[in-house]
Design a protein around this ligand. Structure first.
Ligand code: URP
Ligand code: ZN
Ligand code: ZN
Length: 471
């Protein structure tokens, strides 16, 4: 089956120009000069007798988004995140994301092998877009360290560790160093949740003892200094191990300063941020009643002074990637677990559907160029996590994961209209400029004209290679 996407402006990480995109089967066959395509019976000739033409006049044609930080059906705080691989990947596709890299979570005492098998079972038959896995290492043992090598061989080339959540996912500095040494040897990337969890637990206990139980205290007990401190410590440990480091969900200027300094010194240090850290803040956590629970995630959303610095970091490439850290918990039944004790509110915000739109709003607001929008949403994530050039760009041979995006349309984000399996929107009522019109995944139209054409189980596991930024 051939598809011609004609009349649009192709936007990649290198710029924007008018071009028609010819898709043959699952891959991009060619990018064509529109003048040349027009000669061929308006392009219909190119699509062939059995083919189709998508009119992208006035629209952008982008590589499908890659969200390298999702938690689908993730166990957390006695419950599971509300989207599974079926609902979560479908919602991602509605929002223009055609690949997710989700986190398999090692439980204490479990082997990485059984953990990875369990996550394969969660995704198979359910995912409607392609997916890969990172592995959360929460139990550093001799076996775990050896298994890291095996997983790299199976295309799971990145491992997340936590300096937060003592007693759950927390790893000591010594354990982190050991895992980093292993990564330095086997070519994997260590991803770090950088918050000083030991100090945070002291602040949490003090707040609760003083009767401060509201969601706003989630933010106040996780100060930005403790994110900055942990980020700087993780960078030092990576330096000692000679390993590359990727800081996940960076939210604070203090943490950004540590990353910027390391990068200026030539270190192999990278960081991502997420839309919630660009748009949401302590005021949201402080909303009356229990409303603030909707915005509880870690690190916490921070006051607006941080947002401006994060946008700057995205421009300067000190922040290289925007992911969502999509980790949805329903307000009514799940966030409720922390009523009367903010430390028991399941941590996480839904967002997999809105990343492309919220970042396009950044383009409209003058924060990012069009090319940078695509770069942080698709191209760098693909390069960083061993998927490029199969994913993350539009060039002959790439998977035909393509988004036709209408910059002239606008829409309002709301739980009434979103496709995530969660009963609230963290962005309720926000109007964003731009809208996904059509989504192709490996050449197949899965979203078009407000209709879902995908199907559960069509998504494939993506064994990933090494980061292209390794040196
Ligand atoms: O609050 C968050 N971020 N929940 C998901 C788990 C994590 O730390 O990424
Ligand atoms: Zn984390
Ligand atoms: Zn996360």
């Amino acid at each position: 089956m051939r598809t011609l996407i004609s009349g649009g402006t192709v936007v990649t990480a290198t710029g924007a120009s008018p071009a028609d995109v010819l898709v043959d089967g699952e891959t991009v066959a060619a990018l064509l000069d529109p003048a040349h395509t027009a000669d061929l019976a308006g392009g219909a000739g190119l699509a062939g007798e059995t083919g189709q033409v998508i009119d992208a006049t006035g629209k952008y044609v982008l590589p499908g988004g890659i969200d390298v930080h999702t938690h689908l059906e993730m166990p957390f705080g006695g419950t599971f995140s509300a989207d599974d691989f079926e609902t979560g990947t479908r919602a991602a596709a509605w929002g223009g994301t055609t690949t997710v890299v989700d986190f398999a979570v090692q439980a204490k005492g479990a082997a990485l092998r059984e953990t990875l098998d369990a996550w394969h079972a969660k995704a198979e038959g359910k995912a409607s877009i392609d997916y890969g896995f990172h592995m959360i290492v929460s139990d550093v043992t001799e076996l775990t360290l050896k298994e890291m090598d095996t997983l790299v061989g199976e295309g799971v080339t990145s491992f997340k560790m936590f300096m937060a959540y003592p007693g759950v996912f927390y790893a000591t500095d010594g354990e982190i160093l050991q895992a980093m040494q292993r990564a330095a040897a086997n070519g994997a990337t260590i991803m770090m949740h950088a918050e000083n969890g030991i100090a945070i637990d002291v602040l949490v206990a003090e707040a609760l003892a003083a009767g401060r139980t509201d969601p706003g205290w989630h933010g106040r007990t996780r100060p930005p200094e403790l994110e900055g401190e942990a980020t700087a410590r993780a960078i030092r440990l990576a330096e000692v191990a000679g390993a590359p480091l990727y800081i996940v969900h960076l939210s604070a200027t203090q943490a950004l300063a540590a990353v910027s300094e390391a990068r200026a010194a030539g270190r192999n240090v990278f960081a991502e941020t997420c839309p919630q850290y660009l748009y949401l803040g302590q005021d949201d956590l402080d909303k009356p009643g229990f409303e603030g629970a909707k915005y509880v995630c870690s690190p916490p959303v921070r006051p607006p002074a941080h947002w401006a610095q994060l946008w700057r970091g995205l421009r300067t490439n000190d922040l290289s990637v925007v992911s969502t850290d999509h980790c949805p918990f329903c307000f009514k039944e799940q966030k409720e677990l922390g009523r009367g004790d903010f430390s028991k509110i399941p941590n996480g915000i839904p967002g997999v559907e809105h990343r492309i739109d919220l970042l396009h709003q950044g383009v409209v607001n003058g924060e990012l160029s069009l090319a940078r929008w695509v770069e942080v949403n698709a191209t760098t994530p693909a390069r960083m996590f061993g998927l490029y050039p199969r994913k993350g760009t539009l060039q002959p041979g790439s998977d035909a994961d393509i988004v036709v995006y209408d910059p002239a349309a606008s829409h309002v984000l709301s739980a009434q209209s979103h496709h995530m399996a969660v009963d609230y929107s963290a962005y309720e009522g926000m109007r964003v400029q731009g809208e996904v019109s059509t989504v192709l995944s490996r050449g197949e139209i899965i979203v078009d004209g407000g209709q879902w054409h995908g199907r559960a189980g069509r998504g494939r596991f993506l064994p990933r290679g090494q980061s292209q930024y390794l040196r």
